[in-house]
Write a protein of this length. Sequence first.
Length: 200
Amino acid sequence: MEELDYLDDDSTGTVFRDVILLALIGFVAMVIMLLPHISPKKKETEDHKAPGNIIVEMHWPSEMPYDVDLWVKAPREAPVGFWNQGAKVFNLLRDDLGSEGDATDENYEVSYSRGIPPGEYVANVHMYGNLKKGQTIPVKVVVSVKQPGLDTRQILQTTIELVRKNQEETAFRFRLNSNADLVPGSVSTLRYPLITGLRR
């Protein structure tokens, strides 16, 4: 009878050791699987912050709830704006209607490019809706370039005055070379209709 009790105690101890060992192995396995998720994140690079290579931004005063549209054109591409929001190079990421359906007070539109093909670019602003008599809307247009591994650099900035419905103004025409640098003497405001050209 004593020998049977001894055997029962020994088998209980073996089972206990097995359970503890299996729990320990399971814990170690969980820690190993979690390590990649709890390691400190690498510093986010500027490449991940800027989603495009050429960034064309347009701002107008937040207290002016008018619908102003940004239109851009890359070399050998169709214009991109509110009714054609994407092409091979450019995409319009934000079409701001002024105050209508806007979650923020900021009046802002932006287009980004994928890549920087060399050639001529055009950035236009268009007054879509009606204006109050005597009202003038100052529209700021900024063009920046982001090359892989480098900081975003602003290359152009201007302010356009809009005074009437359907007014379309060329903010910039400019050329970039294969190194994404401005071609000297290529920047102008010579009229190049994009939206009115599409309507013809």
